[in-house]
Design a protein around this ligand. Structure first.
Ligand code: KIV
Ligand code: NA
Length: 265
């Protein structure tokens, strides 16, 4: 079997097929999703919050993204792996973006990279695509800008909606193969999806986008505390793992693990 490519993704839009994307940050989790048939996995800088214990995505480094992306590539054989460019690794300009993306492609083996920003990132996208690196763009709420924009719904109101449409067209014109729409009104996400010929990947963007992405720890109920309204929890891994850890602890304290069957002589 060969890996899914960005050409397959383009074909899916032509055929009107919707597709799922999940984040992954380690080889084992990624292998589960690969075997489950998830066609595209994002090594998101959400790893900052969901894997590395940071407060936001802002502190995540390119070294960290390279290491996590390499693990996810090693754990999979079929999915297209998209590596997120972290904050500070592409904002200086196209040459810095190319240098950073090249590390994810050469050292980690990703098939594509993702970066945040519409019009403001179009030169970066252009150079990467010219250089042979497929780019997934990301507009609407862009968490790397949390210090400037907070975590608020984007594209509300006529002016903001027009800007989002301009951003969407800018990344398409720059050559992006897909664009994430994060936390934008469903009606606006639907309009962007109808307007573009590249697929839109929604998160908190309603039902009309071509694809849907969720952060895996949110989707499987591993994230502690409050999860956003747009998340559907398909499992309660936090409870499963917590109960298992408690049972193990009780067994050890009570002397009921290990048993004869777990012992060697
Ligand atoms: O880092 C991430 O997980 C993301 C997705 C939410 C799109 O950027
Ligand atoms: Na991200």
């Amino acid at each position: 079997t060969r890996r899914i490519t960005v050409r397959d993704i383009a074909l899916a839009k032509e055929r009107g097929e919707k597709w799922p994307m999940l984040t992954a940050y380690d080889a084992m989790t990624a292998s589960v999703f690969d075997e489950a048939g998830i066609p595209v996995m994002l090594v998101g800088d959400s790893a900052g919050n969901c894997h590395l214990g940071y407060e936001s995505t802002v502190p995540v480094t390119l070294d960290e993204m390279t290491m996590l992306s390499a693990a996810v590539v090693r754990g999979t054989s079929r999915a297209l792996i998209v590596g997120d460019l972290p904050f500070g690794s592409y904002q200086e300009g196209p040459v810095q973006a190319l240098r950073s993306a090249t590390r994810l492609v050469k050292e980690a083996g990703v098939g594509a990279v993702k970066l945040e920003g519409g019009e403001r990132s179009h030169r970066q996208i252009e150079l990467l695509v010219e250089s042979g690196i497929p780019v997934m763009a990301h507009i609407g709420l862009t968490p790397q800008s949390v210090n400037a924009m907070g975590y608020r719904v984007q594209g509300r109101g006529e002016e903001a909606a027009q800007q989002l449409l301009r951003d969407a067209k800018a990344v398409q014109d720059a050559g992006a193969f897909a664009v994430v729409l994060e936390l934008v009104p469903a009606e606006l996400a639907a309009e962007v999806t109808r307007t573009l010929h590249i697929p839109t990947v929604g998160i908190g963007a309603g039902a009309e986008t071509d694809a849907q992405v969720l952060v895996w720890t949110d989707m499987l109920g591993l994230t502690g505390g409050r999860v956003p309204k747009f998340v559907k929890q398909y499992a309660d891994l936090r409870a499963v793992m917590g109960d298992a850890a408690k049972a193990f602890a009780e067994d050890v304290v009570g002397g009921t693990f290990p048993l004869e069957e777990h012992s060697v002589h």
